[in-house]
Design a protein around this ligand. Structure first.
Ligand SMILES: [Zn+2]
Length: 108
């Protein structure tokens, strides 16, 4: 569950944000409805959802929260004009995320 206001993730079972008392939403709801798209940056873009998913897992392993946006979603926010599937991370995690992505790509 995620607080749409703080954009923080909470464990299942928590339904209200302890910080701001906002009702939490599911991850699926949140991903299509970023309230602060400026806080997120696109670190990777491809046309393969499986590849994006794999990258997300790698980032999660490094404690970086990543979300995947698919342009086919009707609620897709206007983040640049790249096509296909995008992997986004928080602005503050962008440098670390890019380092991980470069590392992965240089190995493959
Ligand atoms: Zn909150």
């Amino acid at each position: 569950m995620i607080c749409p206001k703080c954009e923080l993730e909470y464990v299942d079972g928590v339904t209200v944000c302890p910080d701001c008392n906002t009702d939490l939403v599911t991850k699926e709801e949140f991903e299509g409805n970023l309230l602060h798209p400026k806080d997120w940056v696109v670190v990777y873009s491809c046309d393969n959802a499986v590849e994006a998913d794999m990258l997300k897992s790698n980032l999660k392993g490094a404690d970086i929260e990543a979300i995947i946006l698919n342009q086919s979603d009707s609620s897709f926010p206007a983040v640049g004009d790249l096509r296909g599937v995008k992997v986004l991370v928080k602005d503050t995690d962008a440098q670390d995320a890019l380092a991980i992505i470069n590392d992965i790509n240089s190995r493959s």
